[in-house]
Write a protein that binds this ligand. Structure first.
Ligand code: NAP
Length: 272
């Protein structure tokens, strides 16, 4: 199963690289070499879309990806994000000022050891800055050749439409899972536009796995709960590109195998 991200084609199960860091996505992993092994295993398993952000660590996640995988294998697409800063462990502050975004792109290019970022996503909307100015700054970086494709994260239908008037948008990354479908309207719009929808918290950060209906179906099919949940997401829309996150190779292998699990219409209905 494959999906287009702009003019790039990737396998339809991506990897969320955020979970390898210290507690609260703050600081380096306990075992740096283990994080490298996990990332390399993802590539071995055929994963060719990685999601990260400069806010993860901050900075550490991008550094780990470069340490583990650079020079990058052909076809590997890295989607990173900017526009969110971490003044301390518990804080995730929006910073969509054009000057910040310009320096954030430069920082990601350096850490990822890239001359151009395949997918750069505005991490979140900064209410203190005109949205058009944030998107406009990234469009400028794209024109300067530093970004191949632009994506958005944590946006509404209105904001997606607004951004599309400024620059081509190839993806949206919003929270979406079995128990949280508030972004159904954004997903629908992505589908009609033919742009990728990347659900974050695809496993509900673990919550979806303990739902009764998920556990029952997993037992019936003799499959792990994570596979059932991912298969539901994949069946939900052809533009869905789940990016489950994990710090464990065993979980990664389980999750990647979900791409070949098909649920019947009755099974899908039982999860709804
Ligand atoms: N744009 C945004 O604002 C935003 C916000 C949050 C996340 N994200 C992105 O979305 C990605 C996915 O989100 P997420 O990682 O927070 O949540 P998630 O994928 O819904 O869930 C990850 C959690 O599930 C566990 N897990 C993973 N696979 C499992 C399996 N097969 N069996 C049992 N447990 C399993 C992981 O623990 P183990 O480590 O033990 O496997 C981890 O605690 C992130 O990595 C990040 O790239 C974006």
């Amino acid at each position: 199963m494959k999906i287009k991200v702009g003019d790039l084609t990737v396998n339809r199960l991506g990897f969320g690289a955020m979970r390898v860091l210290g507690p609260d996505v703050w600081g380096p992993p306990q075992d740096r070499a283990a994080a490298h092994r996990l990332f390399r295993r993802a590539v071995e398993l055929g994963v060719n879309f990685f999601d990260t952000a400069d806010a993860y660590g901050p900075h550490t996640d991008e550094e780990l990806i470069a340490e583990a995988l650079h020079p990058y294998p052909k076809g590997l697409v890295i989607g990173t994000k900017g526009g969110c800063v971490r003044p301390s462990r518990g804080r995730w502050d929006a910073d969509g000022r054009p000057e910040h975004l310009r320096s954030a792109v430069e920082g990601s290019l350096k850490r990822l050891k890239l001359e151009r970022i395949d997918l750069y996503q505005l991490h979140t909307v900064d209410p203190k800055v005109k949205f058009e100015d944030s998107v406009g700054a990234l469009a400028e970086m794209q024109r300067a050749g530093k970004i191949r494709h632009l994506g958005l994260s944590n946006v509404s239908v209105k904001q997606l439409e607004q951004a599309r008037k400024i620059a081509p948008i190839v993806s949206v990354q919003n929270r979406y899972n079995l128990g949280d479908r508030k972004s159904d309207d954004v997903l629908k719009l992505c589908e009609s536009l033919g742009i990728a929808f990347l659900p974050w918290y695809p496993l509900g950060a673990g919550d979806s796995l303990v739902k009764k209906k998920v556990k029952e179906l997993a037992k019936k099919k003799d499959k792990p709960a994570a596979q059932v949940v991912i298969a539901w997401l994949l069946a939900r829309s052809p533009v869905m590109l789940p990016i489950p996150g994990t710090s464990s190779i065993a979980h990664l292998e389980e999750n990647v195998a979900a791409a070949s699990l098909r649920l019947t219409p009755e099974e899908l209905a039982a999860l709804d």
